[in-house]
Design a protein around this ligand. Sequence first.
Ligand code: NDP
Length: 315
Amino acid sequence: MRIAFDARLDGAERADWWRALTEALPDDDWVDALVEGTSSARWRDAEVAVVANPQPGRLAGCGRLRLIQSLWAGVDRLLGDTTLPAGVPLARMVDPVMNQAMAETATWAVLSLHRRAFDYAAQQRRTQWRTLPQRRADEVPVLVLGLGEMGRTAASRLASLGYAVSGWSARPREVPGVACHAGRGALAALLGAADIVVNLLPLTPDTRGLFDRARLAQMRPGASLVNLARGAHVVEADLLEALNAGRLGHAVLDVFETEPLPTTHVFWFHPKITVWPHVAALTDLRTAAGLVAANVEAVRRGEAPAHLVDLGRGY
Ligand code: NDP
């Protein structure tokens, strides 16, 4: 089968992906966008495209595609490409290894906020020896927004550590040990009841800018926000205002409106903001290449690939 590959990655990382993918599917006829170009006949004849945030328009001429496979879990940028061939199934990366990594990051952030690790780090920089109040985990209400692959793994892990975990999704979900709620109408009360809010929603027209001034004002005074999903979920100026006014306690941010976060951005230097460089859950090419191969084999057998994006919902 002819497989087109394109990834907006630096040279070494791109080469690693090429090697892992072509080793996982050695008998297929791979076409690299950088080597053969996207106007070549071989590219246009591809039946599968394996991509990581390609430049918009790269797949426009591919009229024979039976599957577009994203190497990333979030497909918001890919769906923003209005030239994607219509009607082609789009699969996203769903890897239990990544879900575990995300759960680890959420756990780190929640534990750090609960046990005041960021405050103690600031005290250390000031050589200040001071005891801060300590609460039990079951006294810390945590809200996880999004109960999909990553959200429910993170929520379960946090519940197993004894936190009082609530979860929120579009449709009703059940996660053992987690108080699950669904629908926009439930959100204000959930935000008002949580000390720590962990965002694991996909970026869609419905969730873009979710954390604006009005929504941040619904959060409990002194509460903290952990954004591990997409930068555009948060209106950065409104978050800054809430932190500066003392309405919110702390923000742990892994994702930003502009990435890389510009070196002059105020978030880098803010005492109430912890910055990570979009690393909450990296795609692991050792497992991901096998998952891509399994989806290509499904197409070859004429079966439905796994983890197709619902194009109507946008995730
Ligand atoms: P899923 O698609 O599996 O889950 C999405 C969840 O969000 C579902 O529970 C869904 O509800 C819920 N949801 C979607 N829209 C709404 C809405 N309007 N209101 C309420 N709930 C909503 O996604 P994943 O868990 O796999 O990934 C989540 C996100 O994490 C990705 O989209 C990506 O942006 C981000 N990500 C970040 C990474 C990082 O390193 N920082 C790495 C990988 C992903 P329902 O269950 O009803 O469908």
